[in-house]
Design a protein around this ligand. Sequence first.
Ligand SMILES: Cc1ncc(COP(=O)(O)O)c(C=O)c1O
Length: 394
Amino acid sequence: MLVADRLQSLQPSLTISLNARAQELRAQGIDVTSLAIGEPDFPTPAHIREAAKNAIDANFTRYTAAPGIPELRKAVGGYFERQYGVPVPPESVIVSAGAKHAVFNLAQGLLNPGDEAIIPAPYWLSYPPIVELAGGRAVTILAGADRGFKITPDMLEARRSSKTRLLVLNSPSNPTGVVYTQTELDALVNWAISHKIFVLSDEIYDQLVFDPAKAASAIGWFARYPDLVAVLNGVSKTFAMTGWRVGWLVGHPDLIKKLSALQGQSTSGICSIAQKAALAALTGPMDCVADMRGAFQRRRDAAMKIINSWPLAVCPQPDGAFYLFVDVRRSYAGSIKNSTDMCAHLLDKALVSVVPGAAFGDDNCFRLSYAVADDALKAALQRVGEELAKLAGK
Ligand SMILES: Cc1ncc(COP(=O)(O)O)c(C=O)c1O
């Protein structure tokens, strides 16, 4: 089958294929616990579902404006004003089919062939292929567990070239859960801006930050340097709405116009009903979010307690998202040579599915998600611990 050159090396998302493998085993009657999931396990809150039903009944079922319905773009602006005290005008907002689609559009809109995008690792696994599909080159820099998974301006500077066009930041991070302080984030953005490098700040987990830590945002930088900063967010993680496919990008109005044209020629804007649901999410009560955040924090604490007893494993305690990124390199021996072997071993022996760190640019680790029920989580982590103990000869 003849396919275009740009798709030759494109691989399906590894998290999706691993999930499928766990489901396959389950279909054979094997009781596998999947900790490979990248989405909240809670239902979408009732008032949001209700808004979608109302939109259908009101026949709000036609094409909408390509960058999103005006009231949703306005509500996104309102979110930044409420959360971070930075007003964002609607013309600086484009609503896309999930934050992933917004990143895709931005890469298409920003990168010329050969442009380099610096992507700190461990990274969300979709950044490099999205950059490469736009003709760019992904330049990854690893800050491993020994550095608390945090990059510094010096590390960025070491990889800067005349072709560096974009820096991708993500806090709280998928896969590590690490949250940069505002001071740390500021230093990274400041470095980029001083070299006229465009910053994409992916803040999709900003509502999932645990006390006493605080979410950092680049939105203040956007207000000062709108032509060099874009901020990404969406409803998927905050409101347990991954399937609704609503995300957004805040950027310079001229850039947003161009991305709207791109969207107009590709998807014609997103589902009208999902937009009404997202509007209800952004303008409605936030106690549902606080409840979910509380549950994630409880699970993070319970999981850390167990993981701290695992032999030869290192896991800096993260302050956000719903992932833990565990460094198990000291358990690599014999037939287990890397993170993929380790994950296959744990699936086979502990019946727990986790994601190889290689997928996120750090082969020393695996990622586990604690977006699963408390009891199932604890039991699964105990089983992984027993396997790691066996590997350590204990
Ligand atoms: C860091 C990060 N950014 C963006 C996304 C995309 O979210 P969505 O496309 O569901 O809005 C994800 C989803 O896993 C993510 O982890």
